[in-house]
Design a protein around this ligand. Structure first.
Ligand code: EPU
Length: 418
């Protein structure tokens, strides 16, 4: 067990390079299993979710060779094995093996997925979609058994534009007989990244990135390469750090379109930045205006940045509101931000944030991944020392956080908890 120790108050200057997107790579790795040959994934982030997915692929007899951030996955000798609970429950994205293995072998056995606890995180849309393609779904002692004699393309309309369901159904449909349409598909950039990888293998997926995806089934998927897109949520977290503490802080390897909703909200707050083709330079903003934010599916304001921006809103002069619409409860950060001096009230799915706040250091707990990010942002602004425990969550999604932040002037380190 480890804890993150931050002595806040330092300006941040220099540059932070954004790594490959967690929410893309966690789908690209299961997608690689669909190939009958070798695939190569570039720009793979060194995060613990990737470590677990590699363990699952090795359990399935996939051969992985690694060289820095490049992974070669040889799927020629994959064996369709039950994915045990101790691996499946380490992360949400283990559920992408449902779509991938069902597609390739017409049979998959996997225990419930894990991931951050935001209340009910149903996967009914995934399962109903598999059934529309001809599969049957059984649940026995927390294990899903999903099988089909054959998968046949169909028209599927999602009740909610779910990222997970859209990707899982693309995986399941790529080798189905005939054509599948996914209506009300999620449009997040990660979906385009996964569709591109599958198309590079020989799949026929059209419309990824729009609300209607068309998939013409193919018989075989072969070798392919893909580069993981930059992580828009990691980028957003450090962009917020720049608005709080930047002194010409440069964030590189970003795709500006992917962080456009965040940048629009920062502009509304009065933050000034210099945006280039793939980087942004920020300086700390002294007179922040309070604003209202409502989370939405892409290209709306992302739920994953609703927690981190609370730190900036807490520094604003007046009352801001954040309304969470994607998850039932994603407010684990509020108690600890208040312990650090914030004035945040919760009213159902809304946070009412009254600023300005001067954060002070104390001992806090990362209750989930982005709550952890929120706490390290607050800690960076506090004059005293903050200790964050439960940092396993943070390490699931932020590569080299200590190195990246100390390189730009933060006083931060990890200590072992005895
Ligand atoms: N939902 C259903 N039924 C389903 C699927 C989803 O009701 O079958 C509901 C969920 O209960 C939830 C909402 O729809 O309330 C969003 O679910 P979605 O499927 O879109 O999200 P996800 O696939 O579980 C991914 C990311 C999340 C990110 C969301 C939204 C991965 C592994 N996770 O989750 O990332 O918040 O999309 O953009 O890709 C994070 O990175 O911190 C994170 C939580």
């Amino acid at each position: 067990m480890q804890k993150l120790v931050i002595q806040g108050g330092n300006d941040l200057s220099g540059s932070i390079k954004i790594n490959g997107a967690k929410n893309s790579v966690v789908a690209l790795l299961p997608a690689a299993v669909l190939s009958d040959e070798e695939t190569i994934i570039y720009n793979v982030p060194n995060i613990t979710d990737v470590t677990v997915l590699k363990q699952i692929i090795r359990l399935l007899n996939g051969k992985i060779t690694e060289e820095e951030s490049i992974l070669k996955i040889d799927s020629r000798n994959i064996k369709n094995t039950v994915i045990p609970e101790e691996l499946s429950n380490k992360l949400r994205a283990s559920y992408y093996f449902m779509g991938a293995l069902l597609s390739k072998y017409k049979h998959v056995e996997i225990y419930f997925p894990g991931g951050c606890n935001f209340g009910a995180r149903q996967i009914d849309l995934h399962l109903k979609g598999f059934e529309s393609l001809g599969a049957t779904v059984k649940v026995e002692n927390d294990k899903f058994i999903i099988e089909a004699e054959k998968l046949v393309g169909n028209k599927i309309c999602l009740n909610f534009a779910s990222v997970g369901a859209t990707i899982n159904l693309m995986l399941a449909a790529v080798k189905a007989e005939g054509t599948t349409f996914i209506y009300n598909a999620a449009q997040e950039p990660e979906i385009v990244n996964v569709a591109t990888f599958l198309n590079n293998m020989g799949a026929k997926i059209m419309g990824a990135g729009t609300s209607t995806i068309k998939i013409i089934g193919v018989e075989k998927l072969g070798s392919a390469m893909i580069e993981v897109i930059p992580d828009r949520i990691e980028a957003g977290t450090y962009i917020i750090a720049g608005a709080l503490l930047g002194k010409n802080l440069k964030i590189t390897n970003i795709i500006p379109d992917h962080v456009a909703s965040l940048l629009a909200k920062l502009t509304e707050m009065g933050v000034k930045y210099q945006l280039e083709k793939s980087e942004i330079i920020l300086n700390k903003c002294q007179n922040l205006k309070p604003i209202d934010i409502k989370t939405q599916v892409y290209p709306g304001y992302p739920t994953d940045l609703a927690q981190p921006i609370c730190v900036l809103l807490a520094h604003a002069n007046g009352i801001s509101h954040v309304e969470e619409t994607i998850y039932e409860k994603r407010m684990g950060h509020v108690k600890y931000l208040n312990d650090m001096g914030a004035n945040i009230e919760i009213n159902e799915n809304k946070e009412i944030i009254t600023g300005p706040t001067k954060f002070h250091g104390t001992e806090v707990v990362a209750s989930d991944l982005r709550a952890g990010a929120t706490l390290f942002l607050a800690a960076l602004t506090a004059k005293e020392k903050t200790i964050i425990t439960n940092i396993e969550y943070i390490l699931r999604g932020y590569e080299n956080i200590v190195k990246k932040l100390s390189n730009v002037g933060a006083n931060i380190h990890i200590e072992e908890i005895e």
